[in-house]
Design a protein around this ligand. Sequence first.
Ligand code: OGA
Ligand code: MN
Length: 295
Amino acid sequence: MEIVPLGQGFAAELRGVTLSDVAADDAVYASVRAAFEEHSVLVFRNQEVTDEGQLAFSRRFGPPETTKVGSLGTGTHFVILTTIGPDGKVVPPDHRYAMRNKANQLWHTDSSFKSVPALTSILSARVIPENGGETEYVSTRLAFDRLDPVLRKKLEQSFAWHHYGYSRGKIAPGLASDDELSALPPQCWRMVWKNPVNGRNALYLASHAYAVEGMEPAAGETFIDELTAAATAPGTSYVHAWQAGDVVMWDNRATMHRGRPWPAHEARYMVRTTISATAVDGLETMRPPTRLAAE
Ligand code: OGA
Ligand code: MN
């Protein structure tokens, strides 16, 4: 296996390895896992992807999420991100499917609004548009390192609240349905996720984060917006331009990502599997003191 860094101090392409090698072989998994802890975003090119193959690969990293209510693929281990409607035609830009893609175009990390957040997401390209439709990543670990030491200390002791309704509300009122909102109450997480393997800290932020514990609501929102701007500073991102056969996985503890737009009449169909964080990934260190959780 060859590790080819993609140039921004994080993100690497892995060559000479397939998803099925990882699924089948403990030693291959161990080296891919080590690369994941180190590089945060891993790109696999020229893969022959099936749903089952993607899931078998994904399961290596931990327990797969079951897709929530209100997403395409609900009740399965797959999230379908598509603009192709049930009739096989590309949906209009104001269709729910298209609006969901729009919400993914805000900087975020996956599943911070769930009671168990995600370790990693694995995304495979099945139908890609001719133009645009890239996925863009930043390292929230490198972003943390760029902050001044006093702020870093403060953040290590800070907690933020995350809510699905908040990020969806930025796109359109009512985009999150009542079913989604009642299934997904606000969650509170530490604002820094320390990687238990290498001890490196990363900002834990997302479009879903709406408040900071102990700060006035408006001040907390401003603080989150400023940190997001710092974390996504121009020139710090890796932009993945999708080719057929690409699979990209990312560390939701140490990155943010966003989709990039593409012409509304072009089809795009992507399949995501998502792996829940567990104790070995540092999940327990992220929980607020019970005093906060109960409030
Ligand atoms: C995701 C996501 C962005 C994209 O799959 O979690 O945010 O480019 N995708 O489709
Ligand atoms: Mn996402």
